[in-house]
Design a protein around this ligand. Sequence first.
Ligand SMILES: Nc1ncnc2c1ncn2[C@@H]1O[C@H](COP(=O)(O)OP(=O)(O)OP(=O)(O)O)[C@@H](O)[C@H]1O
Length: 810
Amino acid sequence: MSAVPATRSEEAELGSEQAFLDLLHAQVDARTAELSRQLAATLAAGGGGTAQARLERQADAERLAGQLTALRAAEQQLCFGRLDLDDGERRYVGRIGVRGPRPEDDPLLIDWRAPAARPFYTATPAARQSVARRRHLHVRERTVVRVDDELLDADAAGAADTGLTGEAALMSALRAERTGRMRDIVATLQAEQDRIIRAPHTGVLVVQGGPGTGKTVVALHRAAYLLYTAPRLNDRGVLVVGPNTVFRGYISQVLPGLGETSVLHRAVAELYPGVTATGAESDAAAEVKGRAVMAQVLAAAVRAHQAEAAAPVRVRLGGEDLTLDHHWLRETADAARRTLLPHNLARPVFCRAVIGEVARRLARVIADIEDRFEDDLSDRIDAAQLDRAVARDLAAVFGADAPPVDLALQGRQELADAQEHWLAVLPGDPGMRRLLDRLWPVLTPQSLLTELYADPAALAAAAPSLTPAERALLRRPPGGPWTTADVPLLDEAAELLGFDHGAALERSARERAEEVAYAQGVIDIARGSRAGEDEDGGEGARLTAADLVDAERLAAGYREADLSTVAERAAADRSWTFGHVIVDEAQELSAMAWRLLVRRCPSRSFTVVGDVAQTGEAAGSVSWRDALAPHFGDRWRLERLSVNYRTPVEIVGAAAGVLAAIHPEIEAARAVRASGEEPWRERVPAGELAARLAERVRQEAAAVGAGRLAVLVPATDLARLADVVRRAVPDASWGPEADLDRGTVVLTPRQAKGLEFDAVLLVEPGSVLESSARGLGDLYVALTRATRRLGVVHTGEIPAVLRGLAEKPE
Ligand SMILES: Nc1ncnc2c1ncn2[C@@H]1O[C@H](COP(=O)(O)OP(=O)(O)OP(=O)(O)O)[C@@H](O)[C@H]1O
């Protein structure tokens, strides 16, 4: 491939591309105005008409709001590429498809996901796919500022092939300063990435790749591609799971930027609606909680609440002392379990059986009393004489049809009536309720886990396969915050227990609050749409949702036309099942977390991305086969990414020793560029660490300018070192909710997982290494976060794996 001098003057090229871009924006603006008018009219129609009409309006409003969102998202970099084909055809590629002014016109702009756009990413001099020229348009706001051309001609075929598509545009994207937020890469996707993005959505696709190979960004573009090509996925949505909330914030703008709203981003800690896990715990405890055996432990813990009486149960009901046989209770519990219903839903089955038994017993008691009474009477009255008297009376009334005198039958009827009476009364009887709550209590996932963690005897009974030391790791007094490793256990428990009323109530409260907020959002969309309309705008341009209806009226319309996105609906609903799930940093997931995710997508349509060399969590895995086999068998496909776009060769070299120590057989991804800046290490006396670190932080912060600096420190020293950094750079942010918009952040290597910065200062690598069994993985993550500069500050001996790092020059 060769960079070409423009055939016409560059100015003329820019001029003609500008004219085309203006035409595109005019089309998009007109469409936006039209859609907002339609949306306003639909919502203004309110909730009247038949149920069918309301449903149709709801579907219309949802569709229009979605289209408006996509149009607004395409505002930046609407068009970024052009293909000139051998036959003279010219194809423009952009973020969305744009039609010509008349229906019969060819499309003006092709959506990057359409098959016709594919050669833009995959044509090479060796396999041109009829492409003569590929052009990248660099656009700022609505202005074309530069074009980069590649000719895929015979000369180019002979030149050294870098294997990169649109190299100039790619390098300029990679050199750009980091902003603290991941950006989309539609303009510079590479062929190996494109292949993964366009892979069919069914089944499990695993993408293994070293740091910076674009796994995350590719997975997100794949979500956008799947939603475009399989629109029915929009109904169920796509779940994107990442390792922590900082990471979620880091990637959260990519898909909305691509116009996709049917995507829910969640950290593992947030996957159980209604709970945000903020608690910390040891790696060892998290590892035990993540083991697959915990599913059996929880099942046993639930079972322990199902009439597991070891002795007969005595109870006073209906004024009587009753004894319920424990064998009978167990059999009754077995029968309730045989329904295969979860605990809370099987409870009524059990309760009905117990109430029935108690009612029978109480009725029997009455019958017994009556029997005794009759026996008593019979001592004093002649029964035969009584029968004859009754028969005479009956014959006087019924004549020949008189029923026989049958006192036994009369007794059975009384028994049935008494039983009926008790069946009606007992369910409301406080004593009965107490008994049932004792024998088969209603449980919430939270109550089950809290009790299990707090009660050593219950834990020992439920988890006989764990050692006493492992069980001790799970011990916790009630009341503390939930941890990330608790989340899959809460979810498993919810599955065993059945419908979770708490979450449902919370959901409806949240939804009510969101209605007004959403309606306001619709108005904002409509208002925003006016920004691009022509100055002299006609009737259509002036008529928007905001003009027609106010927020409250829209809220009423919204209540009718549920416009919440699929993602919002899915977020509050544990039982929601997604059309596709993307798991990032998947090597960190425990077996229990995998179980949770499979429940969220029973069709097992997954994209799993990660790097088994970066595993930090003790519960994580170092082999895809081991991690996936229990959930997917061997029904998964592996793809690899081999080019490192983030870290320059210098930093790849610095991390090579660590990678070799983790996985000698894994080859480091090939870096596409050099930064010209050598990574360094500096040993400082322990007493001078604070002063020297502050000095280095100031220097690096100055070196990155408007870019981003991360100071990565051992978890054990986070607070103290964050303090040191904040003395040097007062607005530096730190902690689990660190604000990536700030120029400097202080994080642990685990918190930095998946993120990237212009420069990284790693402090005390020895402690990072020692503080966990997976310390090498943490160290590797820390070393591979920087796009330009890396420095290591340490007080003790440098770990052997880092000896190759050069000493900082004076
Ligand atoms: N084709 C591309 N064009 C432009 N930038 C790219 C391209 N591919 C990857 N990048 C950039 O490279 C960086 C690394 O990508 P990403 O974070 O997805 O890598 P990763 O493989 O997930 O890394 P890690 O395993 O370290 O989390 C990002 O800034 C991303 O935008």
